[in-house]
Design a protein. Structure first.
Length: 408
């Protein structure tokens, strides 16, 4: 008998300890699934993710006037790291010069061709006018000779006198016509020279413009600040290898960090709740312990399709009320927008609500029993819902249905 007791007692002790542990853990589990309805001010909010940026900033621009020389795309060849603090005149970026170097070579060749053409026109004009002057001089001598012959024929027969007069008149008309022709040739020569000179000046101006533009390919900071990369239309940052155009030549920006705002995008379902002037509680992913406040300043009227988004979203700008030296552009923010506050209402977690068709109900603990109670619901936020009737602050509501009811 003693030997049997020695074996039975340890088994009984272990079984008893196990039952106590099971019962205690079951009680703890059951109590942890019960909540008490809250009563007070109910906040209706919309939480969205945003990104910090400076409200105002100075653009660091690429070369200007590129379309005037036929260049419409330029690649960024070199760029300082984002976040670099620069002073006025410090190097920021450099643009690839391959295309504009080709344009400059073409312009230099065009200048050489225009200079050669100008020289040729000048020589041709010199020869033409020289020949015209010689001809005019010869005609003048011929006129003087005919004049002498006419005077000498004064004592000759009338027929000879008449011949001398006719010859003199022909010589005079030839001389007069030659003077008119020479004047026309001079005007023609001036026009050709001006045309050749204009063509040469045009090519020289083109090269001068290219030289002025290529100097802008070495981009410096227009003022002191922190370099932040500019974004393209699709949201991607401009980095080395990115393309800029004459219509959007911004390479980077120098933000004014004293006034910051959070740029966020709200889906088309929630945008009707958002309006200018609403207050926002702002959290920073990088500094979780820091809490900021803000005010909505702008709500877009037209939606847009953002990358990796299936539905239309609307841009919302939130002005940060506080000034903080730790804030940096592109920091991710969690923006909780306060839509409205409903005072003195009872509300419970959404997880506690069950439904059958259009009827909503909860499970409550009533003494040692579980009661299924129908409730009427009001406005809800992301985590909780108002109960307009069916519950009191003294009730204990199950978040998860008890096991016997869950199986049913």
């Amino acid at each position: 008998m003693k030997k049997k007791l020695m074996y039975i007692l340890p088994v009984l002790l272990i079984a008893g300890s196990s039952m106590v542990w099971i019962l205690s853990s079951k009680g703890t589990s059951s109590s942890s699934l019960l909540v008490t309805p809250k009563k007070g001010d109910f906040r209706v909010t919309v939480t969205v993710t945003g990104e910090l940026r400076a409200k105002t900033s100075t653009d660091i621009m690429g070369p200007q006037g590129m379309q005037a020389v036929g260049i419409y795309q330029m690649k960024i060849a070199n760029l300082v790291p984002e976040g670099t603090t620069v002073k006025l005149g410090d190097f920021v970026a450099e643009i690839d010069k391959t295309e504009i170097s080709g344009k400059m070579r073409e312009a230099q060749l065009a200048i050489q061709k225009a200079e050669s053409h100008f020289t040729q026109i000048r020589l041709d004009t010199t020869l033409t006018l020289s020949a015209a002057r010689d001809e005019l001089t010869n005609l003048k001598y011929a006129l003087e000779e005919q004049k002498l012959l006419r005077e000498q024929s004064a004592y000759e027969a009338p027929a000879i006198i008449r011949q001398a007069e006719i010859a003199h008149d022909k010589s005079r008309r030839a001389y007069d016509q030659a003077k008119v022709n020479y004047s026309t040739k001079v005007k023609q020569a001036i026009a050709k020279m001006m045309e050749a000179e204009t063509d040469l000046a045009k090519e020289q101006q083109k090269l001068s413009t290219l030289s002025a533009i290529v100097a802008q390919f070495y981009i410096i900071a227009p003022q002191a600040g922190m370099v932040i990369y500019d974004r393209e239309w699709n949201g991607r940052k401009r980095v080395v290898g990115s393309t800029i155009s004459p219509w959007d030549p911004t390479v980077a920006t120098l933000p004014d960090l004293s006034v910051m705002e959070s740029i966020t995008y709200v889906n088309e379902v929630d945008i009707q709740k958002i309006s200018k002037g609403q207050t926002v509680q702002i959290g920073l992913d990088a500094i979780p312990e820091k809490k900021l406040s803000g005010t909505i300043t702008t709500v877009a009227n037209i939606g847009e399709q953002r990358p990796n988004s299936e539905s239309k979203v609307f841009e919302v700008k939130i002005l940060i009320n506080e000034k903080d030296s730790t804030l940096r552009p592109a920091m991710t923010t969690s923006n909780t927008i306060l839509i409205t506050t409903i005072p003195n209402v009872i509300y419970v977690p959404i997880e506690a609500i069950r439904s059958e068709g259009k009827t909503s109900f909860v499970y409550i603990q009533s003494g040692n029993k579980t009661e299924k109670r129908t409730v009427k619901l009001g406005v809800m936020n992301e985590n909780e819902v108002i109960v307009t009737s069916g519950l009191s602050v003294n009730d204990k509501v199950y978040l998860v249905p008890p096991e016997e009811l869950a199986s049913e």
